[in-house]
Write a new protein. Sequence first.
Length: 77
Amino acid sequence: MLQAIEGIYKDGKVELRELPSNISESLVIVTFLESKEKQQKKQIMQFGMFSGNNQSTAEDFEVAEFHGDREDSLDWS
């Protein structure tokens, strides 16, 4: 039976977060995962990266606001 147990490798030693059940001695395979710092997704867009010289105003957002579609026969109130 295979078991997977989380642990930490530090200073040449592996520390398990819990003891395996019903195993006193066994061969093991250790897989090193990327550190959490490197697992963060890269941000594709950043605030202001396409703004150029023109910054958005409150009026720009009011123009773009959705007020329902008359042809969809739904009550948007």
